[in-house]
Design a protein around this ligand. Structure first.
Ligand SMILES: Cc1ncc(COP(=O)(O)O)c(C=O)c1O
Length: 297
């Protein structure tokens, strides 16, 4: 394997290089995808919404009946410590960081029963340089295909739970990218748009903003929440409604939200094209301008 540069890993409280870090083949994250994860990013070296990410992880743990053997404060402290180790690497002090935590139900004998578990919950943290899309990419926007693969039903692998089992999303991504698109949007079995593989979706038409509601079965995106709140503060009407893909074809603007990509324009959905529009730009700027306020909250 090629050596990874500027990446710091923390395995259950031990800071390691990527080459030193490993997990057991009997870890349930490996055997069953029996794990959860969160991704945060820094602004000027400070992680945004770290506490909110951890609260969402706690909610995910409840949704999959995973008892956490460490308090959230430990995860927060260890994420901060791993970030500091990253920032102290030569040349990384001024670099923004991507911070991922993966939480596994534990290591154990093969078998679903919790009596197979032989360890407490295991956690790994990965901190690496953030690789956000460029301003040039912002002007181009993303091209999304509405794929045939469906978003999981809430009664199956609930999308509100950020589990380590992203195979359905990954297959949706491959379906779209094999067709030459940048990424995928997924519908539910009723033909309503839900979200993307790793992002929430919005559109604007006649000055009104719309996005699928949480109860359609999506991840409760932290950026989605912040953007809805910011848009309402700016006086926009934001509707949380069910809609089919045709609404995206007819929209004036389409944009996506996520921790890493913030507010980002979508300039193509299937064969329908738009340009990065004024609402998307205004929301992206407003989101960024509120970051210091959120960091100090
Ligand atoms: C399926 C899915 N939807 C939406 C999002 C966006 O969530 P957030 O804004 O909290 O990063 C993510 C982020 O990873 C995701 O995986």
């Amino acid at each position: 394997m090629q050596k990874m540069q500027n990446v710091v890993v923390n395995v259950n409280g031990q800071i390691l290089t990527p080459e030193q870090a490993s997990v057991s083949v009997f870890d349930r994250s490996y055997l069953y995808g029996d794990s959860l994860y969160e991704v945060a990013r820094t602004y000027k070296g400070k992680p945004l919404f770290l506490h909110e990410h951890l609260l969402r992880m706690k909610r995910s743990a409840e949704l999959c009946h995973m008892a956490l053997d460490q308090p959230l404060e430990i995860y927060q402290k260890e994420m901060q410590r791993t970030l500091e180790a990253f920032l102290s690497l030569p040349g990384q002090a001024a670099v923004e960081a991507y911070i991922r935590i993966v939480l596994s139900r534990g290591i154990g004998k093969i078998g679903f029963g919790l009596n197979c578990l032989l360890s407490p919950t295991q956690y790994t943290i990965i901190v690496q340089p953030l690789n956000p899309p460029s301003d040039e990419q912002f002007e181009k926007g993303f091209r999304f295909r509405v794929v045939d693969r469906l978003r999981n039903d809430s009664r199956a692998l609930d999308p509100a739970m950020k589990s380590g089992n992203y195979l359905n999303n990954l297959l949706a991504y491959l379906e779209a990218t094999n067709d030459g698109f940048d990424d995928a949007l997924l519908c539910n079995s009723e033909g309503h748009i839900t979200e993307g593989t790793t992002f929430n979706i919005f559109y604007a038409r006649n000055g009104i903003i719309a996005t699928p509601p949480l109860d359609i079965g999506i991840l409760h995106g932290l950026t989605r929440h912040a953007v809805i709140e910011t848009a309402r503060q700016l006086g926009y009407w934001v509707r949380e409604v069910r809609f089919s893909k045709e609404r995206l074809y007819e929209a004036d603007e389409v944009f996506m939200t996520s921790t890493i990509k913030e507010v980002f324009p979508v300039t193509q959905v299937d064969n329908s094209h738009t340009s990065p529009g004024p609402i998307t730009k205004k929301l992206r700027d407003a989101f960024r301008s509120r970051v210091p306020e959120w960091l100090n909250a």
